[in-house]
Ligand binder design. Structure first.
Ligand SMILES: [Fe+2]
Length: 277
């Protein structure tokens, strides 16, 4: 029995890992841990580098974004400034007309007020409405060329005088064509006496060859001119003026513009008398 127990103990000692084996195992594990730790460190380092690179990139992007924003802002300001300069140019021209010919200046202002309301009612874009306003405000600038005796003549014009007056759209166009307005201001001055059927002047343009802005100003011009007093006749009244454009609806004048104009007057949403006050 004792013999058996002793043998089993010896066998057990033989099977048990030796100190060397244990040391080797510990060494192996330690080495594995060291390698893993190194790899982890490397990974952490590359992650840190990637994070840094990304931060630099984001910084760059922010700076570029800010630079783009600054450039856009400067550009916007420049554009606004240019637009303001052009508006001031238009106002200066209107003032020049006013100084020489207050009648035409008042007429242009009232035509502009009516034309803008028609354009708004027709749903034109804000920018296009701005063009209508500017174009209408100086549409008769070509009259600056006419002698005061013709402008203020209290009787009907002679054929020769009438011919001179009919030259004002061309003169206006020549004055305005080289100013870089972002709107068809020169064309409005040039085309506001054109009629849809080609019976107008100076070019005898037809239909949509006449720009929309000029078709709007044409209607507002006739309504204002007929309603108001002229040196050679008293005002004929708004109703007579509206009948005139209604009669020319689709032949002389753009039907949509006429309908819009009639609607805003007849619904009491616009009055030239109010504008005059
Ligand atoms: Fe005119």
């Amino acid at each position: 029995m004792v013999e058996n127990e002793r043998r089993t103990g010896e066998e057990r000692r033989e099977d048990a890992p030796t100190r060397e084996m244990l040391e080797r195992l510990v060494e192996e594990r330690t080495e594995q841990l060291r390698v893993s730790e190194e790899k982890l460190l490397q990974r952490t380092e590359s992650a840190e580098k990637a994070r840094q690179a990304m931060l630099y990139m984001l910084e760059d992007m922010n700076e570029s974004g800010a630079a783009v924003e600054r450039a856009l802002h400067a550009n916007e300001q420049q554009l606004e400034q240019m637009l303001q300069n052009l508006k001031d140019t238009g106002s200066a021209i209107a003032l020049a007309v006013e100084a020489r010919d207050p009648y035409t200046a008042g007429h242009q202002r009232r035509v502009a007020n009516l034309a803008v309301v028609i354009a708004q009612e027709m749903g034109l874009e804000e920018e296009q409405i701005e063009g209508v306003r500017m174009g209408a405000t100086i549409h008769d600038i070509g009259k600056i060329n006419l002698p005061a005796e013709i402008l203020c003549k209290p009787s009907m014009l002679s054929d020769m005088e009438y011919m001179l007056v009919k030259g004002h759209p061309q003169v206006g166009y020549d004055i305005l064509k080289n100013i870089a307005f972002p709107w068809p201001v020169a064309d409005i001055a040039y085309q506001h006496h054109e009629r849809l059927d080609g019976s107008g002047y100076p070019q005898g343009l037809k239909g949509e060859a006449i720009c929309l802005e000029a078709r709007i100003v044409a209607v507002a011009d006739v309504v204002e001119a007929m309603s108001s007093h002229r040196p050679y006749r008293p005002g004929l009244g708004v109703e007579a003026a509206l009948q005139e454009v209604e009669q020319g609806r689709g032949t002389l004048f753009d039907p949509v513009v006429v309908d819009t104009c009639l609607r805003i007057f007849r619904e009491g949403r616009f009055s030239l008398e109010d504008e005059e006050k």
